[in-house]
Design a protein around this ligand. Structure first.
Ligand SMILES: Cc1ncc(COP(=O)(O)O)c(C=O)c1O
Length: 463
């Protein structure tokens, strides 16, 4: 079955144009969300010039567009409402987990997917009710599981046999009952354009479908009286650009689901995870999330109807597609190293400590000089960080005007897996984080100081 006709009438989520790359001779313009370049060549976020934010809050600085965050969450509601299925959207907090973000997701009617005691703690501190929290992880410690039980989380996504036994024991000892989903590794891997139908058996996550582990998990959970197995989960990858992998996963999971129903398990949920791709650069061409959701829901209806099963609730866990494009990082230009015929480097006051994604996965980004966004480019510049690693680069060879010390560089689409993966390498403090909206700013994470970085150090004294 193809994508229903009505997909064409859907409002589709943000597909930003090529960011204001220098030298394209375009005048002032809107980029996406509240990002715009004004007539003076100033990049504005939430109506505020980046230069003003950089001066007031210092750099590096993570800036989140609150309006766009909310719009992205509402777009998921709208897309899932169109499917006619019962649904739940769980924000994958790993993408960016702070009190303010958890609260925003809660306000927008999303559940929270957490993968550690720290994320669970943050969600609870933000005021999210335990029942709205879904607890993930391939190696939840007994302390984390105890915390989850005390917090009465809505569902634990059980990853493996060890956890199944441990959780049943802990629930029995406390005399409580726990809703669980089983995380299944369906033998489907999808990243960007790549889709491998058999490739992902070798994964540390979930019960393997092909070798029979998943069916074995059914048998075990059936004999765990304190665990209510209410559904199945799979997450097939990240930065997924089409629906093919999702559809294959749905087809495989629905057959397993049917076996679970025959075994008498109270299944009612199919959670297809996250992974909806976004446009980091002009080379990225993700199928809009709305179309992916429609294709997934069509596959659910087709597969469940064919198996004579009641339709399940469709659960999703987006992270990047909610926060990625809403985040921009501002840096100050420091030094330069110009090598004609080789490469031009411009170094900024952050780097792999606030954005390790290029070093980790070779990720690509776009940038502008935020205080001179209408100036013509003067060659290609490699934006390097300040850490003692040659691989500490934010962008290789991007067109920029000749940078001057003090210029503000804005790197776009840094909202997902940047701040949440930040490190203190070289004892660099983590940046501050602000939300912007309608010309106003809210500091949601304070900028760290050198003292913060050394705060937990102790002198060498043996007991
Ligand atoms: C289980 C699970 N769900 C959801 C996500 C969110 O993925 P994304 O940010 O690509 O939407 C991840 C990311 O790793 C994940 O592991």
């Amino acid at each position: 079955m193809g994508i229903p006709e009505e997909a064409n009438s859907l409002r589709e989520s943000v597909q930003p144009p090529l960011a204001g790359v220098h030298g394209t001779a375009q005048g002032p313009r809107h980029l996406w969300g509240t990002l715009e370049i004004d007539a003076l060549g100033q990049l504005r976020l939430g109506g505020i010039p980046a230069q003003v934010l950089a001066e007031r809050f210092l750099t590096p600085l993570m800036v989140y567009d609150e309006q766009l965050l909310r719009e992205n969450m509402r777009a998921f509601h709208q897309a899932l409402q169109q499917t006619g299925l019962k649904y739940d959207i769980s924000y994958a907090a790993k993408a960016f987990c702070t009190l303010a973000m958890c609260k925003l997701a809660d306000e927008e009617g999303l559940s929270l997917d957490v993968v550690s005691g720290g994320e669970l703690y943050t969600a609870l501190q933000a005021g999210v009710a335990g029942e709205k929290i879904h607890f993930h992880g391939n190696n939840k410690t007994p302390e984390e599981l105890a915390f989850a039980l005390e917090s009465q989380v809505g569902v634990v996504i059980v990853d493996n046999f060890t956890e199944l036994t441990l959780l049943e024991g802990m629930a029995a000892a406390r005399g409580v009952f726990v809703n669980v989903l089983l995380r299944i590794s369906p033998g489907v891997e999808a990243h960007t354009h790549e889709f491998i139908a058999t490739g992902q058996q070798d994964s540390k996550f979930g019960f393997d479908l092909a070798s029979g582990q998943a069916r074995q998990a059914f048998r075990q959970v059936r004999h765990a009286p304190h665990l209510h197995c209410i559904g199945l989960h799979s997450h097939i990858g990240s930065q997924i650009f089409d629906s093919v992998g999702f559809v294959t996963a749905v087809e495989r999971l629905s057959e397993l689901y049917a076996q679970g129903v025959i075994l008498g398990l109270p299944l009612r949920i199919l959670n297809v995870g996250g992974g909806f791709g976004i446009r980091y650069t002009e080379d990225d061409t993700p199928m809009p999330m709305e179309r992916q959701i429609l294709a997934i829901s069509a596959a659910v209806r087709r597969s469940f109807d064919a198996l004579n099963l009641d339709l399940p609730e469709l659960w999703v866990e987006p992270g990047r597609s909610i926060v990625g494009l809403a985040g921009t990082t501002l840096y100050r230009v420091g030094t330069q190293k110009v090598m004609p015929g080789v490469r031009n480097y411009v170094a900024v006051d952050g780097g792999m400590t606030d954005n390790p994604r290029l070093a980790l996965y070779g990720s690509k980004y776009e940038a502008v000089l935020a205080n001179r966004a209408l100036d013509d480019a003067c060659g290609d510049w490699t934006v390097a960080g300040k850490c003692c690693e040659s691989g500490d680069v934010l962008i290789w060879d991007t067109p920029l005007p000749k940078p001057q010390p003090g210029d503000v560089v804005a790197v776009f689409a840094t909202g997902a897996y940047n701040y949440s993966m930040a490190s203190h390498y070289n004892r660099n403090p983590n940046p501050g984080v602000v939300f912007v909206r309608d010309g106003r700013v809210a500091v949601v994470v304070q900028r760290e100081t050198w003292a913060d970085v050394a705060r937990l150090d102790l002198p060498l004294v043996y007991d």
